[in-house]
Design a protein around this ligand. Sequence first.
Ligand SMILES: [Zn+2]
Length: 288
Amino acid sequence: MTKRIGFDIGGTNLKAGLIEGAQILARVSEPTPHHAHEMITVMKKMADDLLGENPHQYPQIGVAVPGVPSPKRPELLGGPNLLFLKSFDLWAALTSTFGQKVAIGNDATVAALGEARLGAGAEHDNFLLITIGTGVGGGLVLNGETIPGTGAMAGEIGHLKIGHKVMCGCGHTGCLEALASARSMEREGGLPLRELADKARNGDANALSIFQTSGASLGQALAQVLLTLDIRVFLFGGGGGPVLDLLEPSLLDTLIEQTHLQRRQDFTLKPASLGNDAGWVGAAFLST
Ligand SMILES: [Zn+2]
């Protein structure tokens, strides 16, 4: 069966894993090195460790990275946390290290691909993965394939305007991210998301209303996605999956109110299932 290796270069951790067929065989993680050449050395060692040898030929390899993966414009790669990537030809370095072309994809898009191949999206042709963390990110899958868009931003719904006058980190007001990110809910409730969720489940009115507002804001954004793309399946990753039960009532009410679909069973809302593996798993399935 086909073996594949995926990497996920994050601001804090560099993760990798080995897949055979649909089976995750092994995974490894290291702190992300802060220099490009050191990072390539570590990646080679991780691949060799995963395979248990230093092979003559590596299996298919893919890499997930924040930012826009364009070989002609390396400065768009890496985002604010991986500045050293901006002046480095990652494509050439990986090709010469592994002796073959290595596919590089945007981390949010690639996470959606991971969910589509081995995760909660496997049984759905069309879905949006919504990642709720510091911000609100997303990745789009149509007809079983990811759609990165021109600038790798397709499905990134965090800055859709919801119409509340709340300031967003991007400099605009009323963005979904300013209302429904884990960070915004934590700021509003003065507690880490998990504790805020416990409070809400114990009936605390203030905590419940925070999830209700965020759920309704997500509903507004997802109604726009549904009306544009006819997507009815929404997967929730990051901190979103574990609090989906709290977001769901107002989210569904809003979807029903703002779209032509009238029944709750017309929508599928469910937690993403790969967790921290989604990025490297998706990367392993990228095609060169
Ligand atoms: Zn914004």
